[in-house]
Ligand binder design. Structure first.
Ligand SMILES: Nc1ncnc2c1ncn2[C@@H]1O[C@H](COP(=O)(O)OP(=O)(O)OP(=O)(O)O)[C@@H](O)[C@H]1O
Ligand SMILES: O=P(O)(O)OC[C@H]1O[C@H](OP(=O)(O)OP(=O)(O)O)[C@H](O)[C@@H]1O
Ligand SMILES: [Mg+2]
Length: 398
């Protein structure tokens, strides 16, 4: 019997409330998976009731729209920066104050919370919108159908949730999850010991990958130390550059990525459907995010080009693969007085160019007679309609 089952039996009053934090595969006593948590759920002999958020379920009473933002960790600053770049600066009078506002969005309260609490409070109806990593939505949302991704690529907080094992010892020649599952070492008596903070996704993944004899332990950080300390055989943790794994003599293996993650904008479906004004606010935030993020990858390029007509110049530009722009080039005549007559003998062209293709585009422009090339960053690209907005409406059945 695992430690968690023991403590819940000693504390029946809190067992029901606490079980909602448990990964569903672990709720079944027949499973060979078990999790060791270092928690005590009873204080002296009196039972403690733990609920996940709003006790009185009064959330529908409030009129304000609530947006949850990470209060700490590496997501906190990047999230505030994204909002600032979208002209939605958060006004927080004091860094220890957990409520703030965004002057451009009336009736919106910003609540600073730990990422996992943002997800829990969305599910409980205490928040309407939130920005967190997809890893946290997946781990603490546990597939809850009320959670809906409004924007799934906010372009920061990139990392992956990965299974890692030591490079040395019995794992030296193990290079895939399949090989790990086939190792004869793992038995009911001596299961594979996995350390992870992801006690929902971790067990689910290993079970789906045919690892039958597994025991999980959890900790709040520095999990990469667990194998060398002899506490675990493997870990399931976030990886970004891979430096922490490398420095701790651990390796990722084929088939071992549980999830690719980055920051996302997530909402409560129920709130979107029922809370007055939330759909409009969500539309505005989504439009601003999309316009900003689309512009991030592009430069505006302005150049001069000699030619006999706008059509002839356009044809030359469109003959080059990197110069088509977002919707074709803008070609404008530049008028000069030549021999007493106003005449257009060259043209100003404007195109948007993906940042990665900038130098190639400049070379192609020069090759067709472009000169005086000016390059400037773009702030926003607003499309006629954002595809994500249509997707959201369809997810809501609207
Ligand atoms: N190494 C990383 N590189 C990029 N993004 C990461 C990395 N580690 C985590 N993240 C992303 O950032 C989110 C917040 O992680 P971070 O470690 O900053 O905060 P935290 O885990 O809440 O804080 P703490 O580690 O102090 O408890 C994660 O949920 C994940 O989406
Ligand atoms: O692949 P890398 O770029 O090395 O990053 C991976 C590390 O980053 C995170 O830890 P964090 O810095 O948040 O510390 P923590 O373990 O205390 O949360 C994560 O839990 C890994 O340990
Ligand atoms: Mg961390």
């Amino acid at each position: 019997m695992s430690l968690i089952q023991t403590s819940l039996q000693q504390c029946p009053a809190s067992a029901t409330a606490f079980s909602q934090f448990l990964p569903s595969p672990l709720s079944h006593s027949s499973t060979k998976f078990s999790v060791r948590f270092n928690v005590s759920c009873c204080i002296s002999s009196s039972p403690v009731t733990i609920v996940n958020g709003n006790v009185d379920v009064k959330s529908a009473d409030r009129n304000e729209i609530r947006l949850g933002l990470p209060s700490k960790g590496r997501m906190a600053t990047d999230t505030l920066d994204l909002l600032k770049d979208c002209q939605l600066s958060v006004r927080q009078l004091n860094p220890r104050q957990y409520v703030a506002d965004i002057p451009q969005l009336s009736n919106v309260e910003v609540w600073f919370q730990r990422p996992k609490d943002i997800v829990r409070k969305l599910v409980a109806g205490d928040l309407d919108l939130g920005i967190v990593g997809l890893d946290i939505v997946s781990e603490f949302g546990q597939g809850n159908e009320d959670l809906v991704l409004v924007h799934d690529e906010l372009a920061y907080g990139d990392c992956r949730l990965s299974l890692a094992i030591p490079k040395y010892g019995i794992f030296e020649k193990i290079n895939s999850v399949k090989e790990l599952a086939q190792m004869p070492q793992w038995t009911a008596e001596k299961p594979l010991r996995v350390a992870t903070g992801f006690t929902y996704l971790g067990p689910k993944f290993l079970k789906e990958n045919g690892l039958e004899h597994v025991v999980f332990s959890t900790a709040d950080g520095a999990l990469e130390a667990a194998p060398a300390m002899g506490i675990a055989d493997a870990i399931v943790d976030l990886v970004s550059s891979g430096t922490t794994l490398k420095e701790n003599n651990l390796k990722e293996i084929e088939g071992g990525v549980l999830l690719e993650s980055q920051a996302v904008l997530v909402a409560s479906k129920k709130s979107l459907l029922e809370r007055k004004g939330l759909l409009d606010i969500t539309h505005e935030v989504l439009e601003r995010f999309e316009a900003h993020l689309r512009a991030l990858g592009q430069f505006t390029v302005v150049a001069n080009m000699r030619g006999s007509s706008a059509e002839e110049v356009s044809e030359r530009i469109l003959s080059q693969p990197s110069l088509a722009g977002l919707q074709g080039p803008t070609v404008s005549p530049v008028f000069r007085k030549i021999d007493g007559r106003v005449k257009a003998d060259y043209y100003a062209i404007v195109i948007c160019v993906p940042k990665k293709q900038l130098y190639k585009s400049v070379q192609q422009l020069r090759a067709i007679g472009g000169s005086g090339v000016l390059v400037s960053p773009l702030t926003y690209i607003f499309d006629e309609e954002t595809p994500r907005w249509r997707e959201l409406l369809s997810k809501l059945g609207l």
